[in-house]
Write a protein that binds this ligand. Structure first.
Ligand SMILES: Nc1ncnc2c1ncn2[C@@H]1O[C@H](COP(=O)(O)OP(=O)(O)OP(=O)(O)O)[C@@H](O)[C@H]1O
Ligand SMILES: [Mg+2]
Length: 252
């Protein structure tokens, strides 16, 4: 076991964490090997964002450890974790109204493989919008910018918190394709938090379900995509009251 975990890009062991005196995550363990990507699924308020915030180092850790690329980052600040290879795309996209697209990107540029030009290759729309201010962008453009800004920190592991929230279906489709291409072509590992399982499962190789801060189920994404029973049970998708009437029930 001496080399256990050294091959994993990310490894959480027995992580219990929360905010102030409150505990949200309860004994969470997970690992992601290079080339894998993880969907974190679960209903509202189960601790999905808190899991990402804990990986980034923004919560109060009570027990357990976080390893990134074989290195123990449990005691490192969020800033140091970003330097160690974590790219963070928060749920609130944190796009600034008074900065242009290009300024958002150059502010974080840190002398690695990712440059503004490469971000524009991944998201040509951002190149067209380079002189526009944050408050002139659509929701989809803001999300591309939030991802582009995270790429500028040259991450090995990209954390995406509900990247498709509030976006039109056609934008979701386009953005999904780009994120999948990113993780394949740029050899970038992603953790995607999503409430919508179909999107999350197309973006990931593995999936994990949270319930009240605990991991209650894990599966391969491709297996889960067709497993409606499990999705229904853990997410309550497909709950359609009007369809739930027993056969033979008669409306007057
Ligand atoms: N900054 C905070 N301070 C205190 N409690 C918090 C904070 N952020 C979240 N919580 C609490 O932690 C629990 C989990 O919240 P979290 O945001 O992680 O859930 P989530 O699964 O991301 O939910 P959603 O699907 O709504 O985004 C909730 O009870 C929430 O009230
Ligand atoms: Mg959340």
């Amino acid at each position: 076991m001496s080399s256990a975990g050294t091959a994993d890009l990310l490894r959480l062991e027995g992580v219990t964490a929360g905010y102030g005196d409150g505990i949200v995550l309860d004994d969470v363990s997970l690992s992601i090997a290079p080339g894998e990507s993880l969907a974190v699924l679960g209903r509202n308020g189960v601790g999905k964002t808190t899991l990402l915030e804990t990986i980034v180092g923004n919560t109060r850790l009570r027990r357990g450890s976080v390893h990134l690329g074989g290195r123990d980052v449990t005691r490192l600040s969020p800033h140091a974790r970003v330097r160690a290879g974590l790219g963070w795309v928060p749920q609130e996209r944190e796009v600034f109204p008074s900065l242009t697209v290009e300024e958002h990107l150059t502010v974080v540029g840190g002398g690695g493989p990712w440059t503004v030009a490469r971000v524009y290759e991944v998201f040509p729309r951002l190149a067209e919008r380079r002189r526009n201010y944050g408050n002139q962008l659509s929701g989809g453009e803001q999300q591309m910018l939030a991802i582009g800004r995270a790429l500028m920190t040259n991450p090995r592991l990209l954390l995406l918190d509900e990247p498709m929230e509030g976006l039109a279906p056609i934008v979701v489709e386009d953005l999904s394709r780009r994120v999948v291409a990113l993780s394949r072509e740029e050899n970038l590992t992603c953790i995607v938090v999503e409430q919508h399982p179909i999107v999350a499962l197309t973006l990931s190789t593995n999936a994990l379900f949270l319930e009240r801060g605990q991991v209650v189920h894990t599966a391969r994404s491709e297996d889960l995509a067709g497993d409606h029973e499990t999705l229904d049970r853990l997410l309550g998708v497909g709950d359609e009251p009007e369809g739930a009437e027993p056969a033979g029930a008669q409306g007057a």
